[in-house]
Design a protein around this ligand. Structure first.
Ligand SMILES: Nc1ncnc2c1ncn2[C@@H]1O[C@H](COP(=O)(O)OP(=O)(O)OP(=O)(O)O)[C@@H](O)[C@H]1O
Length: 390
């Protein structure tokens, strides 16, 4: 672990050493050892008084160590200079087999541990009716841009919408919503989501410095994501849109299994290679019985801002064809347009920046299809073949 930085050493700020010292004062009830000497400290981040610690513990000890985790949080929270503290327990657990999805019922009022992803391990903030994942087979296809504008489109329908940035390796939601550098408030030990354009928003980006490379190991990722879902005061939401990390790795799979997803939206560009990855993403969600709400083609075509000429840069229409071949709904296409990027970079997503423009209309139409699918899941959502994942 890196030595404490100069900033760490300033008088009122918490330091790595004071965090480690506090952890050394705790005892594992089984061995009597402390978390530091047992080599459990897998990650430690300090940012503006927000302390995040990941303890990588032996899988069989996980449940017994919950009191130690809570004690660690309590003691660290009491250190001078700490205004928010999250301690996560992670362990290289075997992935839970998904329980059968008896339909796509809303989460409302069911709290944690209800069916769906992994028996007894499903996580759902209690007041959230539907959780949907926005995913892509590969990075850079515009997944986060789509997640933000889709969330805003859903909010435009009068729904209460949350946006959860689960893209822990490259959280871009804070910047896209003009919230970069903001920190969540802690009220009664619970992190309060930030608010932007009517959305409740949470991202790991609010807890670490923007330019700080976050080196997460697999099990840490799940611990952090689970904790952000559990410890954030999401309140009552009709829909939570989750911006997933790109790809089809363990994180996506585990997230699909542990969080009761009402469905997944897959974003792809029209190139063959991206579509191939989109197919893999789609297959992964089907394997864990998450309904596919549909495919979106992003950067579908280019319209010259000067002459209005439409250019099919990447063989437009590939996602629609793929959707047909894979027997899932096609939700719509969004062109490649500089204004989408420029507005997004400026923290004003296009749905908000140009609400009367064609792109906002396209995102709203996609949002309407998604909302419809959520309300009539049996008719609209993809059931997919039932394949057990072992
Ligand atoms: N339709 C579009 N037209 C123009 N630029 C776009 C469009 N969609 C996304 N972009 C831009 O492309 C870049 C990548 O988008 P974004 O961050 O949403 O992708 P991503 O798939 O979430 O990437 P990653 O998962 O790798 O972080 C951003 O600069 C974004 O503004």
């Amino acid at each position: 672990m890196a030595p404490p930085s100069k900033d760490d050493l300033s008088k009122d700020s918490v330091t790595q050493e004071s965090v480690l010292e506090t952890l050394r004062g705790l005892r594992d009830p089984k061995t009597g050892g402390d978390p530091v000497s047992q080599g459990w400290v897998a990650g430690l981040s300090l940012a503006d008084g927000a302390v995040t610690v990941a303890l990588d513990v032996p899988p069989d000890l996980g449940p017994q160590l919950e009191p130690l985790r809570r004690e660690a949080e309590a003691r660290l929270s009491a250190l001078p200079g700490v205004n928010a503290c999250t301690v996560v327990l992670t362990a290289q657990r075997p992935a839970a087999a998904p329980a059968g999805r008896g339909g796509h019922g809303p989460n409302h009022g069911q709290g944690q541990g209800h069916g769906g992803g992994g028996k007894g391990t499903g996580i759902a903030p209690p007041g959230v009716r539907h959780i949907i994942a926005v995913a892509s087979g590969k990075g850079g296809v515009g997944k986060s841009t789509t997640a933000v504008n889709l969330a805003l489109g859903l909010a435009g329908q009068g729904l209460r919408v949350g946006l959860f940035d689960a893209d822990i390796f490259g959280p871009s939601i804070p910047r896209m919503l003009g919230l970069a550098g903001e920190r969540p408030e802690v009220v009664k030990d619970r992190l309060q989501p930030l608010r932007a354009h009517g959305l409740a928003v949470m991202s790991i980006g609010f807890l670490v410095e923007e330019d700080e490379p976050v080196v997460w190991r697999g099990p840490m990722v799940m611990g952090a994501l689970e904790q952000l879902l559990r410890d954030v005061d999401w309140g009552d939401l009709d829909v939570m849109v989750v911006d997933m990390p790109p790809g089809t790795g363990d994180t996506q799979l585990t997230m699909s299994q542990r969080v009761t997803l009402a469905g997944a939206v897959i974003v792809s560009t029209p190139q063959d290679i991206a579509l191939l990855d989109a197919r893999k993403g789609l297959a992964m969600f089907r394997r864990v019985n998450v309904p596919i709400l549909g495919l979106i083609e992003n950067m579908s075509y280019y319209v010259c801002p000067n002459c209005g000429h439409r250019e099919e840069v990447f063989a437009h229409g590939g996602a629609r064809r793929t959707a047909e071949e894979m027997d899932c709904p096609f939700l719509g296409d969004i062109p490649l347009d500089m204004r989408i990027r420029v507005q997004s970079d400026a923290g004003r997503p296009i749905v908000v920046a140009e609400p009367d423009g064609p792109h906002a209309a396209a995102y709203r139409a996609i949002a309407a299809r998604v909302a419809e699918a959520l309300e009539a899941p049996a008719a609209a959502a993809d059931q997919g073949p039932t394949i057990r994942f072992t």
